[in-house]
Structures are given as structure tokens and as C-alpha cells.
Design a protein around this ligand. Structure first.
Ligand SMILES: Nc1ncnc2c1ncn2[C@@H]1O[C@H](COP(=O)(O)OP(=O)(O)OP(=O)(O)O)[C@@H](O)[C@H]1O
Ligand SMILES: [Mg+2]
Length: 264
């Protein structure tokens, strides 16, 4: 990436507002939200339930349109784009990972990851190569032909990440990607995200868990649809280290056990 490109924000939102009109009242899901995100940032979005986090992600992912305010994605004012152009633009720029995985249950891991490439018109030979590459990247080369119900929660989430990556987007949006997972699987997912971020991907991730947010580089805090905090994380936790410590502890435990049984 050129230095001049690094200096330009990849996301700019200005006074972004989303109001849901209900029968008897208006619900302000997001109110006058303004911020910038630069290429290579790793941002977590936090806040209580109902504070507007998913609403924001849907707007950033161009899955929904704001009631007012502006959104520039890679210098482009997306409110000016027509549906077709918007869809193409979105598919090129953004990979989405949802909390509920959103994989197709009848397709196996390979086919789920392949789908966006079929839509993009990539040839079969190339698809085959890319799907394998990205499944290997998330450590699932030996689970290619498992369907979602034949995978653990963490593995399913990794397939969803591989699917989000396969079109080589510059931004990854993830709404509670570790929400349904045990601590270790969550740590493994954060390890994948940190590796992707090291490689230059911009990542924005919603989480309820403070521990998870400490793996990112910046925390945006929402309350009642408003941005109420924007903080840099000084020394982000490296998932790699936590996973290694876990392994070491397990090994120590095992060797203590075998020493004990040798004594008896
Ligand atoms: N389609 C909709 N129609 C009406 N109201 C909505 C709609 N989607 C969300 N809301 C409301 O907007 C507010 C923000 O919702 P949002 O889903 O963004 O919250 P959230 O911060 O993601 O919460 P959670 O942590 O529970 O996922 C909530 O009060 C919600 O009830
Ligand atoms: Mg939500």
C-alpha cells in the first residue's frame, strides 16, 4: 500500500443518524455519529444491548441506508451509488462476519466459501485454489467437506471468516464473532483477526466482552445510539501469547501428572 493511501481514511461517517419509524413513535437507533477509520486499524465497537452497534455495522456494510448523515467508503460517498453499483462496490470492499454465522446448512465448508466466488464469476479452477487457500488460512483444510452441523461453533465461525475473506476485501466487519464461543475458540478467532490485521486488513468488530476488545487497537463506545467514547488500546493483548500460555500450562499439568504416577 502506498503511504499516501495510508493517510486517507478508509471510512468517514459524518452525523450518521438512523431512525426507525414505529407506529406511534420514532426510535433513534443511531444519532449524529461522526468518526474516521484509517487503513490498517483494528477497532472494536462496544456498548450495551440496544445501543446501536448492529445498526452501525449494517450501515457501514451498506446493508442499510441512513436516515441522515453521510458515509464515505474509500473516498466514495456511498449514498450517491445506485443499487447495482453499490452491491458491486460493497462486495469488493467489505467482508461480513455475522454472529449467527449465516452459512448455508446444506452446503459443506468448501461450498460455503466458494459461493461468493461463483457470484463474482471466478472460474472453477481458480475457485478451487482460492477456497483451499482460505480454508487453510483459518486452519480447516481437513474439514472441507463437513457441513455446518458437522462442525464445532468455533470451526463454523472460521468457515464464515474464510468466506468473508475470499473476495480479498480491504475491510472486515464482524458483529460479535466470538459471542457464541467458549474462551479458547474466541481466542483462536482473535488470533486469526490479529494475523489478518498484521497483513494490512482493516477490521471493525462488535463485542460485549472487554477482554476481546483489549485485543484490538481502538475502542468505540456507544450508548443510546450515540458515540460516547473513542480510546486507543495501549498494548493490545496478543491472542498468540494467550494460546501459547494455555498450551504451556497444559503441558506442565501433563508432566506433573506423569511424574506423580511414576512415583506411585
Ligand atoms: N428494524 C428495526 N426496526 C425497529 N427498531 C429497530 C430495528 N432494528 C433495531 N431496532 C432498535 O434499534 C436499537 C438499536 O438496535 P441494535 O440492533 O443496533 O442494537 P445493538 O447495540 O446491536 O444491541 P445487541 O448488543 O443486543 O446486539 C434498539 O433499540 C432496537 O430495538
Ligand atoms: Mg447487535
Amino acid at each position: 500500500m502506498l503511504n499516501s493511501e495510508m493517510n486517507k481514511p478508509i471510512i468517514v461517517v459524518e452525523e450518521l443518524t438512523k431512525i426507525y419509524k414505529m407506529e406511534t413513535f420514532e426510535l433513534k437507533a443511531l444519532q449524529n455519529v461522526t468518526f474516521k477509520i484509517y487503513p490498517g486499524e483494528f477497532v472494536s465497537v462496544m456498548g450495551p444491548s440496544g445501543s446501536g452497534k448492529s445498526t452501525l455495522m449494517n450501515l457501514l456494510g451498506c446493508l442499510d441506508t441512513p436516515t441522515s448523515g453521510r458515509y464515505f467508503l474509500d473516498q466514495q460517498d456511498v449514498s450517491m451509488l445506485k443499487d447495482n453499483t453499490l452491491a458491486t462496490f460493497r462486495n469488493k470492499k467489505i467482508g461480513f462476519v455475522f454472529q449467527s454465522f449465516n452459512l448455508l446448512p446444506r452446503l459443506d465448508a468448501f461450498q460455503n466459501v466458494e459461493l461468493p466466488l461463483i457470484y463474482a464469476g471466478v472460474s472453477r479452477v481458480e475457485r478451487n485454489e482460492m477456497v483451499k487457500k482460505f480454508l487453510a488460512k483459518v486452519g480447516l483444510e481437513d474439514r472441507m467437506h463437513h457441513r455446518p452441523n458437522q462442525l464445532s461453533g468455533g470451526q463454523t465461525q472460521r468457515v464464515a471468516i474464510a468466506r468473508a475473506l475470499v473476495n480479498d476485501p480491504s475491510i472486515i466487519l464482524a458483529d460479535e464473532p466470538t459471542g457464541n464461543l467458549d474462551t479458547r475458540s474466541g481466542e483462536e478467532i482473535m488470533h486469526i483477526f490479529q494475523t489478518l490485521n498484521d497483513e494490512g486488513k482493516t477490521i471493525i468488530l462488535v463485542t460485549h466482552e472487554h477482554d476481546i476488545s483489549l485485543h484490538t487497537k481502538r475502542i468505540l463506545l456507544f450508548r443510546d445510539g450515540q458515540l460516547v467514547g473513542d480510546e486507543k488500546v495501549e498494548n493490545p493483548v496478543r491472542a498468540e501469547d494467550t494460546l501459547k500460555d494455555d498450551e504451556n500450562q497444559k503441558e506442565n499439568h501433563e508432566s506433573e501428572k506423569s511424574q506423580l504416577s511414576a512415583k506411585n
